[in-house]
Design a binder for this molecule. Sequence first.
Ligand code: FAD
Length: 513
Amino acid sequence: VIPSLILPSCLILFILIFLVSCATAALPDEIPQRDIAELLISDPESTSKASGDYGNLVRVTPSAVFRPSTVDDIISLVKLSNNLSNPFSVAARGRGHSVRGQAMAADGVVVEMVSLQAGDGVGIRVSWNPALGFFADVGGEQIWSDVLKTTLEHGLAPVSWTDYLYLSVGGTLSNGGISGQSFLHGPQISNVHELDVVTGTGDFITCSKEMNSELFFAVLGGLGQFGIITRARILLQKAPSRAKWVRLIYNDFSKFTRDQEHLISLDNNGPNYVEGSLITDNSPPNNWRSSFYSSLHQSKISSLLKSNQGLLFSIEVVKYYDDLTANTIDEEVEDMVQDFGFVPGFIFKKDVPVIDFLNRVAIGDDHKSEAHPWLNLFVPKSAILDFNDAVFVHIMRRHNHTTSGPILFYPFNRIKWDDRMFAVIPDEEIFYTMGLLHSSMPDEVEIYEKLNNEILEFCEKSGMKIKQYLPHYKSKEDWVNHFGPKWDSFQEMKTKYDPRMILSPGQRIFKAI
Ligand code: FAD
C-alpha cells in the first residue's frame, strides 16, 4: 500500500502512472471504486495537447491527462486528490477554447471531458414533462453543434446560443454563453433547469433553482470553481425553420447604438437575434465569423469605408419565420428597420435555413497556429459614447486599427441575467459587449496586448465601470475587484464546495491547499 497521505501529490500521480505501465503491479488502496489509474495518461503527446489552448498565449504542463468513461471515474479522481495531504489540481477541459490557460493545470490533472462521449456519458436526451415542457439532458462534455443537430431531429432547439457552436456545454455554462439571442432570452446560463455536478470534494449533487440552489447558482458562470458539470438540463422550444438575416451599415456611432437599443427593446414581436460590429480595413465585412457579403457588396462597403476615415458600424439582425409567417416576413422586417439611421442603400439581406444561420461560424486550421490575445468587455450603456470616442476613434486609430479579427459591439438587457449567479455584469439596465477577437502571429502578440492594456488603462483611469467577460487576471486584488460585492460569497462557496481549492486552477483565482 502506498502511504498516499504523506507523499506529495505529483509523486502519487507519478506512481499511479508508473503502476499502469507495469500492468501487473498492485494499485494503492486509496483508489476508490474502480481502477482509475489506467485512465491517467502521461505520455508527452497527451500532456502537450493539454498544455495549450485556442489562445496560443500560455503553455502549462499537467502531470497527466485523465480520460474518464463514466461520471464515477471523475468522482474517483476528485476524491483521490482530496485524500492526499498535498492534493493535485484538477481541471475539466471542454474543448480547450479558452484563450488564457483557463482549462490548464500545472502539475495537476486535466480531465478530457470529451472522452465521456466514447464512454458511458449522459449523451443528449430530449424529454418532456408537464412542469418544464420540452428539455434536453446534455452531458457537460457535449458540444453545442451536436445539441442543435439532436434537438432538431425532434423539431426543437435551445433558445440561447454562442456564435460558435463547437464549444462544450460545460465550458460555456462556466462562463455565461453569449450571442445575439441573449438580449431576449438571457445568456445560456439563464436557460438551464438543472445540473449534475461533481463538486471539489467529489460529491455528486443534482441541483436546480429549487434543489441545492446555492450550488446551482454558484456553478453557472462560476468559472469551473465549484464543481464539474456532468449534465445540464437545457430549456428547449419549437425550432424555427428559416431566418431572415439582415445587415445594416452605419457611419454614425450614435445612430448605430440607438437602433440596436430600439431592436432589443422590442421583445417577443421583434427580432430573434441582434448583434453589431465594427468594420475597419483590418476588420473587413467578411471574416471568419461569417462570410455574408458578395464581392460586389464588399467593394461597395470598401468605398464607403474610405470616405468614412476607415471606420463603419454594422448591425446584424435576424428574424426567424416558418410556413405560417412566410408571406408576411419581408414586410415585418421592413417595418422593423424603416426609421433606422443606416447609410441609405446599405441594407443587405439573406434568407437561410435556421440551422445554417446558427452554424455560421467556422474556424479554419490556420487559426490553430495563430495566437488569440482576445479582450472581451461589458460596457455600461452610460459609458458607450465616451468609450467609442476614446477606444474606437482614438486609441484604435492610433494603433492603425491594428486588430486583425472581428470587433463586436452589441447590447444586452440586464433583466435577462440572474444576479444570484457569479457571472459579473455592469450595474445598468442595458450594457454592451465588446469583443476584440484578435488573430496574431505568435511573435506579434505584444502589439495586441499593448492595445488591450491601453484600453483597460483608459477605462480604469476614467472610472468607467466595465467588467471583463471570460476574465483573466494575475492578482487576487484584481479578482476581488472583478467580483465586487459578490467576492465574499464567491469565497464562501469555494470553501464549501472545493475546500482544498483543487478545481480549475488555470483561472488563477485560488491556489490548492
Ligand atoms: P474550456 O476552454 O475547455 O474550459 C473553460 C473553463 O471551464 C475552464 O476553466 C474549465 O476548467 C472549465 N470547464 C470546462 N468544462 C467544464 C465542466 N464540464 N464543468 C465545469 N467546468 C468546466 N463565448 C461566448 O459566450 N459566446 C461566443 O459566441 C463565443 N464564441 C467563441 C468562438 C471561438 C472561436 C472561441 C475560441 C471561443 C468562443 N467563446 C464564446 C468563448 C467560449 O465560451 C469559452 O472559451 C469557453 O471556455 C468554452 O470553451 P470550451 O468548452 O472549450 O471550454
